[in-house]
Design a protein around this ligand. Structure first.
Ligand code: NAD
Length: 496
């Protein structure tokens, strides 16, 4: 029996319809600022996933979607981008209520999502296949790029719509159909976004959303035999489990995982500029960002001076209500994540690192799910605070001697998502970009990303790339067609 709703309720979105969960069960979704539930989402399971995958499969094989030209798909994507622009305030408000990020940041992210959709709308009819020159006479070969089929998209809570659009836009441009499983902490915005696809004219079943827990709704999606590709963004541990499940079903994957990225400041850098880059690298979004610059590598000769500049910059930082435009640092998005960040602060202290800023929770603010921006000095790269992803506003400062030492420390880690180098010496900057093993390397800036440029990780930070022209190929299979130009079929017992 379904329990009576106390709060606004979000169902799944399956086959073009808001759909209640088969089990009748729901989960609360909390506002991290107030610490109380503001809505409920459907607690999906294998039955809901099966219905969504069946709808996606039908839409991809027999519905009108299957016969649209790439240009027609592009026009639909453009239309949904216009709807996202028109409804950006509403989408941002819901997403912000779920994950507690600064309202200004979420608003900008949602508007930028429309640009992602437009980029892939334009790309849909510009992906060329090839006629292959071969070494055989009497035949010619060409390739066809065919949509992989049903794509499962699984995303985290920190930037739900942005990270979903990184997969959704190229998958749809390629002609695939999708089932999205957003984070159980921030699903509402995705359910509302899905309805916009219907409004834009996407055929039923092309975009489906099943909400719920990773183990109950995410795992059945990964394991479903009719899902061809999994696009996942989240933590490295969940990513590894998903990769193993996908391997059993011979599915392809794109995995965007965790990071522990070094921000490397040399003594010849413009230190005032570097301070701003370091702060935005680790304290934007309260450090809840995969690309957070959570290791600050400082050349020994400027170590104390730079730390003093950093402390000076951070002196008047305002924590508070993320909806207040004056707030600079908001809450931690979930209670378990808050506990995790606080536990790492204890770990760092126990390892002998010295806290020079923050290090405390702020129970006096809102729900109390606040961690002060925190800086540890005296860190060496072997410590857990230097090696493990905290996903919070905690910076580990590590001194280095010279370029070789900086490269050794930067690369001595299992992650390889991003890195930045701060120096005025062009030769040094380029040499460092060559030697650092990371998917993105910034020179004298931090955080620049675009729908035009590939993003992804080396090592445990992931597999595959998102954004840019090539990302669409993650959603396409290559078929090679051989056509005889010679009416005479050769004798099968004589090799030519
Ligand atoms: P998470 O790994 O706990 O969860 C991510 C998603 O996976 C959620 O939707 C969750 O329900 C689902 N999930 C969890 N276990 C699953 C399973 N066994 N099977 C199927 N689905 C499962 O991550 P999170 O806490 O939501 O987000 C934080 C993590 O995301 C951080 O590690 C961060 O670095 C990473 N992240 C990476 C990027 C990137 O682009 N590289 C971007 C943002 C966040």
């Amino acid at each position: 029996m379904d329990d009576p709703p106390r709060l606004p309720r979000y169902g799944h979105y399956i086959d073009g319809q808001p759909t209640p969960p088969a089990s009748g069960r729901h989960l609360p979704t909390d506002d991290p600022w107030t610490g109380t539930a503001w809505a409920e989402i459907a607690r999906g399971d294998g039955a809901d996933v099966a219905a969504a995958v069946a709808a996606a499969r039908r839409a991809g094989t027999s519905g009108p979607w299957a016969t649209l030209t790439p240009s027609e798909r592009g026009r639909l994507l453009w239309r949904v981008a216009d709807l996202v622009t028109a409804r950006a305030d509403r989408l941002a408000e819901i997403e912000q209520r779920d994950n507690g990020k600064l309202a200004t940041e979420v608003g900008a992210q949602v508007r930028y999502m429309a640009d992602y959709l437009r980029y892939y709308a334009g790309l849909a009819d510009k992906v060329h296949s090839a006629v292959i020159p071969t070494d055989k006479r009497g035949v010619f070969a060409y390739t066809r790029l065919v949509p992989k089929g049903v794509v499962g998209i699984i995303t985290p809570w920190n930037s739900p719509l942005t990270l979903t659009s990184w997969k959704l836009a190229p998958a749809l441009a390629a002609g695939c159909t999708v089932v999205v499983k957003p984070s159980e902490y921030s699903s509402a915005s995705m359910v509302e976004l899905a309805a916009l696809f219907g409004e834009a004219g996407f055929p039923d079943g092309v975009v489906n959303v099943v909400t719920g827990l990773g183990a109950e709704a995410g795992a059945p999606l990964v394991e479903h035999p009719d899902v061809a590709h999994i696009g996942f963004t989240g933590g490295t541990e969940a990513g590894r489990r998903i990769y193993e499940m996908a391997a059993r079903g011979m599915k392809t994957v794109t995995l965007e995982l965790g990071g522990k990225s070094p921000n490397i400041v040399f003594d010849d850098a413009d230190l005032e500029q570097a301070v701003k880059g370091v702060v935005s690298g680790i304290f934007a979004a309260s450090g809840q960002s995969c690309q957070a610059g959570s290791r600050l590598l400082l050349q020994r000769s400027i170590h104390d001076r730079f730390v003093a500049l950093l402390l000076d910059f951070m002196r008047d930082v305002r924590l508070g209500d993320p909806r207040d435009p004056r707030t600079q640092v908001g809450p931690i998005a979930t209670r378990p994540q808050f506990d995790k960040v606080m536990s790492y602060i204890e770990i760092a202290r126990a390892e002998g690192a010295r806290c020079v800023l923050g290090g405390r929770a702020r129970p006096d603010l809102g729900s109390g799910q606040f961690v002060e921006p925190t800086i540890f000095v005296g860190v060496n790269n072997a410590m857990r605070i230097a090696q493990e992803e905290v996903f919070g506003p905690v910076l580990a400062v590590i001194p280095f001697d010279d370029e070789d030492d900086a490269v050794r420390i930067a690369n001595d880690i299992r992650f390889g998502l991003a890195a930045a180098v701060w120096t005025r010496d062009l030769h040094r900057a380029l040499a460092m970009t060559e030697r650092i093993r990371a998917g993105t390397v910034w020179v004298n800036n931090y955080r620049a990303t675009s729908f035009t440029s590939p993003f992804g990780g080396f090592k445990d930070s992931g597999i595959g790339r998102e954004s840019g022209v090539d990302a669409i190929r993650e959603y396409l299979d290559i078929k090679c067609v051989w056509v005889s130009t010679d009416l005479d079929v050769p004798n099968p017992f004589v090799r030519r």
